[in-house]
Structures are given as C-alpha cells and as structure tokens.
Design a binder for this molecule. Sequence first.
Ligand code: ATR
Length: 262
Amino acid sequence: MHNAAFAALGLNWRYLAFEVDPKNLRAAIAGAQAMGFAGLNLTVPHKLLAVEMVDVLDESAKKWGAVNTIKFERDSDDKIRAIGYNTDADAIIQSLREDLKVELRGAKVLLLGAGGAGRTAALKLASENVAELYLVNRTQTKAEEIAGEIKKQFPSVKVAVGYPKSNVDLILNATSLGLKTDDASPLDEKQFSLEQTHAVYDMIYRPAETALLKSAKAAGLKSANGLGMLLHQGAEAFEIWTGQTAPLDVMRRALEENIYRK
Ligand code: ATR
C-alpha cells in the first residue's frame, strides 16, 4: 500500500520489509537512521521494545505505550533524531466508524483478547467514552490488569472482566485466534450468543473471513475484518513520513490486490 501510494504521488521512495531479530532491534534502528531512511514501521514483537530505543516519544506513543512508526528527523543542530509514534489506536476507531458505522460514545462493547492489540483497543475504546466494556481473555489476569488501568484512567466507563449478562452493540476480536484457517472462534457461544450483539469486528484480515466472522455473517450481523485498521495505521504513518495526504483509495486497492489477489 505504501509503494502504491508513493507511485501515485510521484515520490521516488520505497517501502521495504526486513525481518529483524528482537535482539538486533536497536542496531537495526540505528542502521536505518545512518543510511538516511525517512522512517520505519514496526510490528510484533518490536512495538514495545522500540519505546526505549527512540530519541523522542510522540504523545501517541506515550499514551499507548507502544511504537509502530518511527520518523527520522534532522533537528536544528543537524543531528538526526528518531521520533516514535503510535498510529494503531486511531486506526481501530477509524475503521470501526467507517466499516461498521458504530457510534462508540455510550456503546456496550465485548472485547476478546488482552495482548498488545487488546490493550490498545481497550484503552482507546475507553477514551472514546464507551459506556460499558467487557474484557474476556484466556489468561484472565491480563484482562484484570487492563480493567484496573481503565478504572483509574477512565472512571466513567463501566469495565468488567468476563462475558456480559446483557446485550452489547459490538464484539471486537483482538486475539490471534483465527489467524490459522482451522482456528476455533474466540467467542465462547455457550457463554455469549451472537444474537446478543449488533456488530462484530475482527482485527484479523488474513484470512479475510475467520470462523467468528463467518458465524456473524450467517447470523445476519454487521461485520468487518481488520483490513481497514491496517489501512488507516498505514495511512497515518505515510502522512507522518511524507507530510502529504495519504491517497486512501490507492492504498486500499493495493491492500486488497496484494492480500486477497482481487
Ligand atoms: P497482539 O500484539 O497481536 O495482541 P499478543 O500480545 O501475543 O499479540 O496477544 C495475543 C492475544 O491472543 C492474547 O489475548 C492471547 O491470550 P493470552 O493472553 O491468554 O495469551 C490470545 N490468544 C492467543 N492464542 C489463543 C488461544 N489459542 N486461545 C485463546 N486466546 C488466545
């Protein structure tokens, strides 16, 4: 999506993927900086490690405690600084609004997963003033930790660990269950039925349709996969690096072509 966007804007830039062992992350960032890279994206498991490895943390990275985007910037004394950003949190909300048309203020949300993605989603949803947030995770202590953080930071949000007793507006999957095509659904339908929600969002975008999304569609619910989230975190990073408006349509088409071979 980035290379398509560079081409569309006539920028002689390239976006390349590198696999970096976490123990070499600091050296990789310094190397990119030394070679005059404009910036970097980082993904699992580097997002938390990178927080300690940049010169400056943008508010977004401070707030979410993770860096997925770095911009290298020359400052007034001609030194290059690495600035760390987080574009994931905004992207979740943008995609929920765009793809599911859900109003988050006052909504009741069941969130599955309390790993890195789940934590960011939970805090961001709370900051959007959802009314009720139910956190379900295989390792319950992680969900409890996030619930505690929300109680402190967002006392007006009703947060609880476990499946809700009443209906919700949205179920959001932030677990990695579904990445493999034979994975079971992360929703325990004995504890909470799909009939008790209006919409389902799965952060997974490959496969395009997880077991959870398949069931949601069969139940006639509004549903969306994580492609929009991938798009928006990328578009925001693109704007940070280039200072230009991201060509969203071009980027979306490139994603669909490359991921789904449409
Ligand atoms: P990410 O950065 O994508 O969130 P992560 O931090 O490794 O990755 O989180 C993975 C999430 O998927 C966690 O919520 C994890 O549950 P645990 O906290 O109990 O590990 C969840 N997950 C992964 N495999 C799972 C499985 N087989 N069943 C249920 N949940 C699973």
